[in-house]
Design a protein around this ligand. Structure first.
Ligand code: S3P
Length: 180
């Protein structure tokens, strides 16, 4: 676990459907901090939904835009940053985010991720990461491939399969933010 008292941002990473948006929104409210979402920033830059942008320009072009959003978010002070699930694909994203941010991995068990994504009406906005596969297979493959990346880059982890969003926030507020 890496910890530095000189960092001022809380950075949430984790797979799709783990609850990053819920936890980061509550956290920002509780701590009276601004919340930035790299997905929202990317949608604004793309001028369309992520799904439409990836469909037209491909994943590499989206990752480029996402990197610009990450760089902008990482340059801010005292904010909660809700990162798209794929930011860990680029080590440079993580270098920038960790310069002034404590990286927190929002984790959930695969079965919960599959269930939550199946029930999420906004999931159509998330394009498949791998071609020629089913949605379920896409999630299963990328979930296992990504886990070691989230684990490598995070200093702390909260588990939304075993703890409610409020419990995760309480832990982050007292054991992480309270000691920054
Ligand atoms: C992605 C996750 C999405 C979004 C994009 C790519 C990924 O964000 O950035 O569809 O690579 O896993 P969420 O994790 O917020 O759904």
């Amino acid at each position: 676990m890496i910890f530095s008292a000189s960092k001022s941002n809380l950075v949430l990473i984790g797979f799709r459907g783990t609850g990053k948006t819920t936890v980061s929104t509550k956290l920002a409210q509780n701590l009276d901090l601004n919340r930035l979402s790299t997905d929202d920033m990317a949608v604004e830059r793309c001028g369309m939904s992520i799904a439409a942008y990836v469909e037209q320009h491909g994943w590499a072009a989206f990752r480029h835009i996402e990197h610009e959003c990450v760089a902008e978010a990482a340059s801010r002070q005292g904010v909660v940053i809700d990162c798209g699930g794929g930011v860990v694909e680029n080590p440079e994203n993580m270098r920038l985010l960790s310069q002034n941010g404590i990286i927190i991995w929002v984790h959930a068990e695969l079965n919960d991720v599959l269930k939550r994504l199946a029930e999420d009406p906004l999931d159509a906005q998330r394009p498949l990461l791998t071609q020629n596969t089913t949605k379920q297979q896409d999630i299963i493959e990328n979930y296992s491939r990504r886990l070691p990346l989230y684990e490598r880059f995070a200093a702390f982890m909260v588990n939304t399969s075993t703890h409610s969003p409020d419990e995760c926030c309480r832990y982050i507020q007292s054991d992480i933010f309270g000691k920054m």
